[in-house]
Unconditional design. Structure first.
Length: 476
């Protein structure tokens, strides 16, 4: 492909993308293909000779599009969103063209310095402690791994970095039973050992019980373990529960334990001053993560990781081969030492585009709308005699289940709700996901899509009621 052809095809693609966003509601939200269907449509071997862009695009439409689940659809209510926006897509296009690799300042001064400034903006926009330093990671999972590795090194006086896992069997990490699976994964990877992750019980709102955390720490100390890190959540994946960060922070301070706060989804809410009571105690945190790639209209991936002490972070990851030595070392941020990967994408550009294009008030307006839509749905569920609210609604997630008054013999609510979910998602009209809360099968509906309106939630709620009714008539 030469530059003339590139220009031509880029224009075609720009139109295709704009059409896609305008027509996104015409697609089934959840891809309806069967396992293996896409794979079997793809040739077994790569082409020997280059193919025309028209041929590639025609296969894209024919083979790839049916296998796309439309995460950007306003009727995508599943999991947490990975929402995007026009300015973010445009920035990603530029990022691809520039092809930056920002491992050190010298390899991309703009990527490095824009990242520094954009992270300062985010810190200020969300009212986070002014002394914190931010860096972009790819995901919250990587941020949490980074946090636990730093905690490990701080606790062992950087001995693990030098000597390996000597004495590691004694280090303990604490989180709640509702914490995201990425914490368990990080504990495994960082060498703590899964058995050294202590899952503390939660209360009726699915928030960690801080008294039980302290009891677990005391027990561990008696048994000769070394408490190393605690992970608190602001917005758990199951139900957006908020752990009492203030109480957990005081405990961590008392026992000299690293406090990492996972606000992967919920953190975006701190753009709203009225939501910041959920951030009480954040000043105790040693590290904190939230994902603009979930709820801040920024294409996946962009995870905002903040630390109290950047020196500790850098010391954990620092490595200096000859070929990376530069004269600017020490004068600038060389982000290769701020996380696991050496190579780094220019992720700051999309954040810069998004923040500038929406403006702080534009972002806030959307987040407020999303929270109010969840509030509206919560009221509908609560007042409906055949539906039950399953968790408090503080952010833009509603957890509920269908609970018909009359149940036929042999039917249970978990089975009915699993069938309801399958029917709904099979309709192609919306996409919901599920979780288990208190052992019960629960439907999760997140109202946080970039282009969602009240109409989308209204239509979804109508469909949920109609489908539930049809289902119970069939069961009877
Ligand atoms: N933490 C929480 C609370 C989450 O909900 C998720 C994903 O949904 C993660 C961490 C992991 O996020 P990522 O995909 O960025 O690793």
């Amino acid at each position: 492909m030469d530059s003339k052809e590139f220009r031509k095809q880029a224009h075609v693609l720009a139109d295709r993308m704009a059409d896609y966003f305008e027509e996104i509601s015409d697609y089934p939200v959840k891809s309806q293909v069967k396992p293996g269907e896409i794979l079997s449509a793809l040739p077994l071997s790569a082409p020997v000779n280059g193919e025309s862009f028209e041929t590639i695009m025609s296969d894209f439409e024919r083979i790839i599009m049916p296998g796309i689940t439309h995460w950007q659809s306003p009727s995508f209510f599943a999991f947490f969103p990975a929402n995007s926006s026009y300015p973010s897509v445009l920035a990603e296009m530029l990022t691809a063209a520039l092809g930056q690799q920002g491992m050190i300042w010298e390899t991309s001064p703009a990527a490095t310095e824009l990242e520094q400034r954009v992270m300062e903006w985010l810190r200020e926009l969300c009212g986070l402690p002014a002394s914190w330093t931010g860096v972009i990671q790819d995901t919250a999972s990587a941020s949490t791994l980074t946090a636990l590795l730093s905690a490990r090194e701080k606790t062992t006086g950087f001995r693990t970095n030098l000597e390996g896992f000597t004495g590691m069997g004694k280090l303990r990490v604490y989180c709640s039973s509702e914490t995201h699976s990425s914490i368990e994964k990080a504990v495994k990877i960082a060498g703590f050992g899964k058995n050294n992750l202590v899952k503390v019980a939660v209360d009726e709102n699915f928030a960690l019980i801080s008294a039980q955390l302290e009891m677990a720490i005391k027990e561990d100390l008696k048994k000769g373990y070394t408490p190393c890190a605690a992970v608190a959540s602001i917005g758990t994946t199951g139900s957006t529960a908020v752990d009492p960060v203030d109480e957990i922070g005081k405990i961590c301070e008392r026992y000299k334990i690293w406090l990492h706060v996972d606000a992967a989804f919920g953190g975006t809410a701190f753009l709203l001053p009225e939501m910041r009571h959920f951030a009480a105690g954040l000043e105790y945190a040693d590290s904190y993560v939230f994902n603009p790639h979930k709820w801040m209209f920024t294409n996946f991936d962009a995870s905002a990781y903040f630390v109290r002490d950047p020196e500790l972070l850098i010391r954990t990851f620092e490595i200096l081969p000859e070929y990376l030595k530069t004269r600017t070392r020490g004068l600038v941020n060389d982000y290769r030492d701020w996380g696991v990967a050496l190579g780094r994408r220019f992720r700051a550009l999309k954040l810069w585009f998004v923040i500038r294009s929406f403006g702080a008030e534009g972002l806030r307006e959307k987040i407020r709308l999303h929270n109010s839509l969840a509030g509206w749905l919560k009221d509908r569920v609560s007042e409906h005699p055949d539906f039950e609210l399953m968790a408090p609604v503080d952010f833009s997630l509603v957890c509920f289940r269908y609970k018909p008054k009359v149940l036929s013999a042999g039917e249970d609510l978990d089975r009915i709700n699993a069938s309801l979910l399958s029917e709904l998602n099979g309709s192609g009209k919306l996409y919901l996901s599920h979780t288990r809360l208190n052992g019960r099968f629960v439907l999760r509906m997140v109202t946080a899509q970039t282009t969602i309106t009240r109409d989308h939630v209204l239509r979804a709620w109508d469909l949920i009621q109609q489908t539930a009714l049809k289902l119970s008539l069939k069961i009877e």
